[in-house]
Design a protein around this ligand. Structure first.
Ligand code: PEP
Length: 253
């Protein structure tokens, strides 16, 4: 398959993983063979407790390391939080911002997500900005307007294709085993592409990677990654095992 945008597969481990997961990470590296490395970029976003260890075991594996969230500020009195400066210092090259679980569990709105994306940008991290509609919003026919509103509110205008990735994750598809049809994914990704061009400019918007996420499995990945404007996948549950993650990435070979 000829692609103008190099694909990216991101594994989001969420609140899973103990020090024993370092062994599993070795299996990720062992399976990332030369053909896969030529075809696709791979990234794992472990919990913060494993970030430093994975980042320091990553060289040679061809897998970059991302964080799952950052604070809007670079330092200060914010007990329990981690700044983009600290994540970069620990070895992360990217950070997820605005994941729907953060939006729901921590009340993060678009303005906060934007401030987090700015913190990432300031500190040289790629911001993976997540957007997605709820089931109620989809059923009300509001999917595209919700996505456009989230993008307008969450994506800083100065970002470029180099430091920005968009993750489209329908909230109702995350962890449920449900996925939108290929046609629905195509419609949303086309709308994201058009909106991105308005926000960060035509050239950067055309080159920015847009990932699909939500119940991606080895059984449905091939169909999803064949959809226009799907430049990779954001994988939750199926990223915990090297075998599943590498099978998914392997469809890019
Ligand atoms: C996610 O929440 O980022 C995700 C994609 O989860 P899952 O693949 O488990 O639906």
């Amino acid at each position: 398959m000829t692609r103008s945008i190099r694909p990216l597969i991101v594994g989001n481990w969420k609140m899973n993983g103990l020090t024993a997961s370092l062994n599993e990470f070795n299996a990720f590296g062992a399976g990332n063979d030369a053909a896969l490395r030529r075809a696709v970029d791979l990234m794992i976003c472990p919990p913060a407790t494993l970030l430093f260890a994975l980042a320091h075991s990553a060289p040679g594996k061809g897998i970059s390391i991302g964080a799952q969230d950052c604070h809007v500020k670079d330092s200060g009195a914010h007990t329990g939080d981690l700044s983009a400066v600290m994540l970069a210092d620990a070895g992360a090259s990217a950070v997820l911002v605005g994941h729907s679980e953060r939006r729901a569990d921590h009340g993060e709105n678009d303005a906060i997500v934007r401030a987090k994306a700015e913190a990432a940008y300031r500190n040289g991290l790629t911001a993976i900005v997540c957007v997605g509609e709820t089931r109620a919003e989809r059923e009300a026919g509001k999917t595209l307007s919700v996505i456009r509103r989230q993008l307008k509110g969450s994506v800083p205008e100065m970002m470029t294709a180099h430091d920005l990735v968009i993750g489209y994750e329908p909230v109702w598809a995350i962890g449920t085993g449900l996925t939108p049809t290929a046609k629905d994914v195509e419609e949303v990704h086309a709308a994201i592409r058009a909106e991105l061009k308005k926000i960060i400019g035509k050239e950067e918007g055309a080159r920015t990677r847009i990932l699909y996420g939500g119940s991606v499995k080895p059984t449905n990945a091939k169909e999803l990654l064949a959809v226009a404007n799907v430049d990779g996948l954001l994988v939750g549950g199926a990223s915990l095992k090297a075998e599943d993650f590498l099978t998914i990435a392997g469809f890019y070979r």
